[in-house]
Design a protein around this ligand. Structure first.
Ligand SMILES: N[C@@H](CCC[C@H](N)C(=O)O)C(=O)O
Length: 279
């Protein structure tokens, strides 16, 4: 393939290059993924998403790559974007999306604000995964000013640190150290969260394989679960990320629902030099 068409979308500024690989799967080396991710010489993205044929009756399989070329199991904000594309395509208001993390359902009233059932969190220490046995509700880990995180697996690994004021944490400094701590054999997405005066939650995220992002949907799910466990929130809360708010809810059967907006930025094509990994 000389050129590959893509759609650039974002959910609260968490941005994606989305490729429709349902007819023909693109060949993407790590060098190509990194070249496309380059915000100066490539297109720029937090995640590159390939829509692939589903294997189990879902509408699509969604493959997720981080900007460093690593593959991720879940991506909440991109799930909303892909759900929007599928809803437009099929003129429907509900879709099922398969990821490495399992089957996710998306629903909407207007195809702009999309609610995703992100499934049930896993809380066992092997599920996160951690490299040693720990109580995941109070993990014995300190990184600079951050300590005592909650470990949550939302398909992908998360550590949520509750702090007095999330805005004062030097996340560029402590995020990468926590992400790569030997406690996390598959690394981890690192969240810092604090309760706001009105009862909402402020959340900032250092994403595994990316760095600081404007929003992270799976981290919002993990933080909702962690806040509920710690008694900081009930079963519903608004989480305020740098890019804007997500409406979060835990249902009676323990599934985490995430609602938020999507936006299409532009359409383009990846050229041969980017696909060859040249920047
Ligand atoms: N932006 C995402 C999360 C993407 C994957 C993550 N960086 C990982 O490696 O697990 C979201 O909205 O959930």
């Amino acid at each position: 393939m000389d050129q590959i068409p893509f759609i650039k979308m974002h959910g609260l500024g968490n941005d994606f290059v989305i490729i429709d690989g349902r007819e023909q799967l693109p060949k993407l080396s790590v060098a190509a993924l990194r070249a496309i991710a380059d915000r100066h010489r490539g297109v720029g993205y937090d995640q590159l998403i390939v829509m692939e044929p589903a294997t189990n009756g879902a509408d699509v399989f969604m493959r997720i790559y981080n900007s460093d070329g690593s593959e991720a199991e879940a991506c909440g904000n991109a799930t909303r974007c892909v759900a929007h594309l599928l809803m437009e395509e099929s003129d429907s208001r509900s879709v099922t999306i398969e990821t490495c993390a399992g089957l996710l359902g998306g629903t909407t009233e207007d195809r702009q604000h999309i609610v995703i059932d992100m499934g049930s969190p896993k809380m066992g220490w092997q599920d996160i995964p951690l490299s040693r046995e720990e109580d995941t509700m109070h993990i014995n880990l300190t990184v600079g000013p951050l300590s005592n995180p909650v470990g949550v697996n939302m398909g992908n690994p998360h550590a949520v640190f509750f702090v007095e004021d999330a805005d004062t944490v030097d996340l560029e400094k402590w995020g990468p150290i926590a992400e790569t701590d030997p406690l996390f054999p598959e690394k981890a997405n690192i969240s810092v969260a604090s309760k706001m005066k009105n009862g909402d939650i402020r959340l900032r995220v250092w994403e595994r394989g990316v760095g600081i992002t404007l929003a992270c949907g799976s981290a919002a799910c993990a933080t909702m679960v962690a806040a509920n466990i710690r008694g900081i929130a009930g079963k519903k809360a608004t989480l305020h990320l740098n890019g804007g708010p997500l409406d979060m809810r835990i249902s009676d059967n323990g599934h985490v629902f995430m609602g938020g907006p999507i936006a299409i930025s532009f359409r383009g094509a990846l050229d041969a030099s980017l696909l060859a990994g040249a920047v």
